[in-house]
Design a protein around this ligand. Structure first.
Ligand code: ATP
Length: 305
């Protein structure tokens, strides 16, 4: 019997290391990008329809494009083209991941839609084939499928899964409005040029201390090793983030950082109880729009119904 609809749950990510090289001739930057999937999820439901259609619900739904620029639609079209199908599908995104928040929400939807359509159409694609389509859709898309913890090299799309020895507890500060990822990279290049900073090797590498901390599940050691080369640029474009970061540190977070290109801020806590305490203090500080508690690593895109 053919499935009537397929729902996939797909997580957001936080970058525990984001080392950014200078711009390449094609405008992209080589990265050493250590992704960790966290328990903030979008759900993508694929249902057969007369034509390709995207709808979205959730607090940020009005900021999500519903045309073929939506990564979920692009994923369905790419899969349909590869396997000779008609992309006659209704994709509904139940969105909980902040939009343009530096948590790869659009990429998550791309990975989620790909897996949902794959299950709906029964293409029989291998995991590697699906990961290949993800990489064509965008640098952060393959990780949405993979989940867990992974190192991304190149633009971040050349992924190697990493070991994680435990669960890490996070608090996220959601900001008003988003930041454009290309604008944050451009600001990073500008600040480096202005300060005469050497962007370092052509291909940055992962921090051995950070990988060890992940492997043994040591939150204290991880806190000492987290690093985000885009943080200064995100704060330069959105100076109020400095107050949010200070409020999280003052609340006792082990580490306070901008998540990816921002403007979401990420705070690492010692335990689930500590995360709730940091979250309460951050809420009381009035320095962000909303506060969310999550943990990770969690699995990548998963069929849930
Ligand atoms: P990243 O962390 O990968 O840099 P982000 O989390 O900062 O990304 P997204 O939420 O992925 O940002 O959205 C960035 C832009 O992508 C949005 O402003 C929107 O125009 C576009 N977009 C395309 N598809 C989606 C989608 N399914 N959900 C949200 N935004 C989407």
């Amino acid at each position: 019997m053919t499935a009537q609809s397929v729902t996939v749950r797909v997580p957001a990510k936080v970058n525990v290391q984001l080392a950014v090289a200078g711009p390449r001739p094609d405008g992209f930057h080589n990265l050493a990008n250590v992704f960790l999937a966290v328990s903030l999820y979008d759900r993508v439901t694929a249902t057969p329809a007369d034509e390709l259609r995207v709808t979205c619900s959730g607090p940020d739904a009005d900021q999500v494009p519903l045309d073929t620029s939506n990564l979920a639609a692009r994923a369905a079209l790419a899969l349909a083209e590869r396997y000779g199908r008609d992309a006659r599908v209704h994709l509904h995104i139940d969105k909980d991941i902040p939009v343009a928040g530096g948590m790869a929400g659009g990429s998550a939807d791309g990975a989620g839609a790909l897996l949902a359509c794959d299950a709906l159409w029964g293409t029989g694609a291998s995991r590697d084939e699906l990961l290949g389509i993800c990489a064509e859709l965008g640098s952060d898309v393959p990780f949405g499928l993979l989940g867990g913890v992974a190192l991304g090299l190149g633009r971040g799309e050349r992924l190697t899964p990493l070991e994680a020895g435990g669960t890490f507890h996070w608090v996220f500060g959601l900001a008003d409005g988003g930041l454009s990822t290309p604008a944050v990279y451009a600001e990073c290049d500008r600040l480096r040029a202005e300060a005469g900073t050497d962007p370092g090797p052509e291909q940055p590498s992962a921090s051995a201390v950070l990988l060890d901390a992940l492997r043994v599940g040591d939150a204290g050691a991880l806190a000492g090793a987290v690093a985000n080369d885009l943080q200064e640029a995100a704060v330069s474009l959105r100076p109020s983030l400095a107050e949010t970061l200070s409020a999280g540190s003052a609340a006792g977070a082990l580490a306070a950082m901008v998540s990816g290109s921002g403007p979401t801020t990420a705070f690492l806590a010692k335990s689930a109880e500590e995360a709730e305490r940091v979250a309460a203090a951050l809420r009381a500080s009035g320095t962000c729009r909303a506060v969310r508690v999550a943990c990770g690593p969690v699995p990548g895109a998963t069929v849930v119904g």
